[in-house]
Design a binder for this molecule. Structure first.
Ligand code: SF4
Length: 332
């Protein structure tokens, strides 16, 4: 017993040093490759081709420095992410999608946050870790991933040792996700749509569905099913499914895809929290919350397919701002 009491912290420190060294090495290898993507930007599937290194901005309104809207301890994520101490959320400005119903439009459709260096961003990660959060939760990281990886090199070298969550709307480039293999601990992608026409109409994307399915399969290949220590997530994949009214999201078709490709033990987060924010009021199909029958139909299909891991928001839960982070007032 005495030996273990002395040995365990040393062993843990040794394991931490090995893991830390591995992550720094990996981040240093991929950072220049990711930075090179900024020259003809293809960080997301939109592939604007602008030269962000020369100050040009593409669809996401982003240059070559990260712009942070807020960082905070966030208690509204899925239970193993928020846990008791909260998730260390960093909300980035800009987005490579433009969902007409975006709840975060005040920062996703603007570049009004704080532009910073990679070192500043690394210090934010360390500050969140000091608050004993369970993880660093990168919210909409896609368009700033080169700068984020540079920030991680700094933060790891200063002792960052909590899991990294890649929390994305799911319009990332497959080649970028492949590069992140080993660096991201927890993938938290949306699968927003099953029908390309809906994705084009309501999120201004081309090819979202096929690309989204490919990247989620790659995320699963890398991270696998969710693993927890105690009740806190350490590694794995959680897929978010936001049910939209009038079957715009095609959630049941998405469930069938997940079942076929990844199996019924995949962790899902099924969300009923939709409300018509931002420009949803311009689209009559999106001008209401989901109906009871729409919700039941998705849950029944989940049960038929045998999904049994994850979380389902209750139908009648009143909207909770904390669920959507630094969120926003109703605008309709
Ligand atoms: S990250 Fe931004 S600039 Fe780059 S391809 Fe996507 S939308 Fe365009």
């Amino acid at each position: 017993m005495g030996e273990r009491a002395i040995g365990s912290p040393v062993l843990l420190w040794f394991l931490f040093m090995i893991e830390n060294h591995k992550k720094i090495k990996l981040a240093k290898e991929i950072a220049p490759m990711l930075r090179a993507c900024l020259k003809h930007c293809n960080l997301c599937f939109r592939k604007c081709g602008v030269n962000r290194l020369k100050g040009q901005k593409g669809y996401c309104l982003s240059g070559d420095r990260p712009v942070v809207f807020r960082y905070m301890t966030h208690y509204g994520e899925e239970p193993p992410l928020s846990g008791g101490n909260g998730s260390g959320a960093i909300f980035f400005n800009g987005c490579c999608m433009r969902c007409v119903y975006c709840q975060n439009y005040k920062f996703s459709a603007s570049d009004s946050g704080e532009e910073m260096t990679a070192e500043n961003l690394g210090n934010i990660m360390l500050k969140l870790q000091e608050k004993q959060v369970n993880n660093i939760n990168l919210v909409s990281p896609t368009h700033f991933i080169p700068e984020i990886v540079e920030a991680l090199i700094y933060a790891y070298s200063q002792g960052l040792n909590i899991p990294i969550i890649y929390n994305t709307g799911g319009y990332d480039s497959l080649h970028v996700i492949e590069l992140l293999d080993g660096l991201v601990d927890i993938y938290l992608p949306d699968m927003r749509y099953s029908f390309e026409a809906m994705a084009e109409k309501f999120s201004e994307t081309q090819g979202y569905v096929a690309n989204n399915q490919n990247i989620v399969k790659e995320m699963y290949r890398q991270a696998g099913e969710l693993k927890t220590v105690g009740e806190i997530a350490k590694k794995g994949l959680i897929i978010r499914l936001l049910i939209l009214p009038n079957n715009i999201s095609g959630t049941e078709e998405t469930l069938e895809f997940i079942f076929k490709e990844m199996g019924s033990s995949t962790y899902l987060s099924v969300m009923s929290q939709y409300y018509p924010a931002y420009n949803a009021k311009l689209h009559k199909e999106l001008c209401r919350r989901i109906a009871r029958e729409e919700y039941d139909s998705v849950i029944n299909r989940m049960n038929e397919l045998g999904f049994n891991n994850g979380w389902i928001q209750p139908f009648d839960s009143s909207f909770d701002k904390s669920l959507a982070g630094e969120n926003l007032e109703f605008n309709v």
